[in-house]
Ligand binder design. Structure first.
Ligand SMILES: CC/C=C\C/C=C\CCC/C=C/CC(=O)SCCNC(=O)CCNC(=O)[C@H](O)C(C)(C)COP(=O)(O)OP(=O)(O)OC[C@H]1O[C@@H](n2cnc3c(N)ncnc32)[C@H](O)[C@@H]1OP(=O)(O)O
Length: 289
């Protein structure tokens, strides 16, 4: 017997069921965590990882830790590919859970930012094939994490980009570098100085995303097609090529670790930034944009 977990919503409440499935009939391996649902299709050996933290899949410490640990498990299981998406159509993630930034406790800020960087690095650096199915808005941290994937498809009529400047915050330099890798330095400069959120169409024209799809289902099947298209590529050669094309960015990010964490703690931990964050949260709650 194989034990699986099934999560369903009944009358608005999330219910977790333990399923006993005969091994012979199993087509899905399921090992979801609290905030991230995971299923691995036994036939394709592809994992779908769905962010599932209401209301907006905010990236708090727990989500980041779970995400990183699940990716490690998928690496051990040597899956053929990982598809990252949201369980809630309309929002991939609202980015960093702003509650994590509402503190001047330097140790907490340092811990959060170290985890945030490590999780990004894990995704950026994984030898696994990764495809982001961006099935909703993807501001700031959401955009950043999708840029770590090997391929991005996005559903129409949503927004993606680094909006930090609009909020009065400064995005990390490595986010700017990564976006510049995809859309070019000039466009990245314009985007980050304006804190620009791009529509799906604009993001596609610039190269921030690779393809547009109509809905999540089409996104998932497109992602599977991308993963299948690598089936005949020698695995080791693909992994080394991925590492080589990403090495320069990686080396710089690791070299700058201490400076980056110090800047984050000083920037977010200052009274001035705390006021800005507080005002932004109030605006967000009263929907005054
Ligand atoms: C010198 C400098 C050196 C170094 C600096 C280094 C690093 C700097 C780090 C700064 C980096 C920041 C990255 C980020 O990710 S910041 C977060 C940016 N995110 C946003 O601005 C998104 C805001 N949210 C939205 O736009 C919308 O909520 C969204 C489009 C996602 C969904 O819209 P919808 O209408 O469906 O929902 P809402 O009613 O707006 O939201 C529902 C409830 O969720 C709350 N919410 C939304 N987003 C967040 C969030 N990111 N964190 C926490 N809470 C969030 C929202 O307030 C609603 O709450 P309630 O009113 O229901 O209580």
């Amino acid at each position: 017997m194989f034990k699986g977990i099934c999560r369903e919503t009944h009358n608005g409440n999330m219910v977790t069921k333990i399923l006993k499935i005969p091994k012979f009939f199993t087509c899905i391996r399921n090992f979801s965590s609290e905030n991230v649902l995971v299923e691995v299709n036994n036939k394709t050996n592809t994992a779908i990882l769905r962010l599932s933290r209401p209301p907006v899949n905010g990236l708090n410490l727990e989500v980041l830790n779970e995400f990183e640990s699940l990716l490690s498990q998928l690496e051990q299981q040597k899956v053929n590919g990982v598809i990252i998406t949201s369980n809630k159509e309309g929002i991939l993630t609202g980015g960093i859970d702003i509650a994590e930034l509402q503190t001047i406790d330097q140790r907490r800020l340092k811990k959060y930012w170290t985890t945030f960087r490590d999780t990004f690095l894990k995704l950026y650096n994984t030898p696994l094939l990764t495809v982001a199915v961006i099935n909703g808005h993807s501001p700031a941290g959401g955009c950043l994490f999708s840029t770590a994937c090997d391929y991005r498809v996005m559903t129409r009529n949503y927004n993606i980009g680094g909006n930090e400047t609009q909020l009065g915050l400064v995005a990390p330099i490595w986010f700017m570098d990564r976006v510049a890798d995809l859309i070019g330095h000039r466009q990245a400069e314009l985007a980050f100085t304006q804190g620009k959120l791009f529509s799906t169409d604009e993001a596609h024209k610039l190269g921030l995303i690779d393809e547009i799809v109509e809905n999540t289902a089409e996104g998932l099947s497109k992602a599977q097609i991308i993963i299948n298209s690598f089936a005949n590529v020698p695995k080791k050669a693909r992994e080394i090529s991925k590492r080589f094309t990403r090495q320069q960015f990686l080396d710089k990010m690791i070299r700058d670790t201490d400076d980056d964490i110090r800047h984050f703690v000083n920037h977010i931990g200052s009274n001035e930034t705390q006021k800005i964050i507080e005002q932004y949260m109030q605006k967000l709650k009263s929907k005054r944009f």
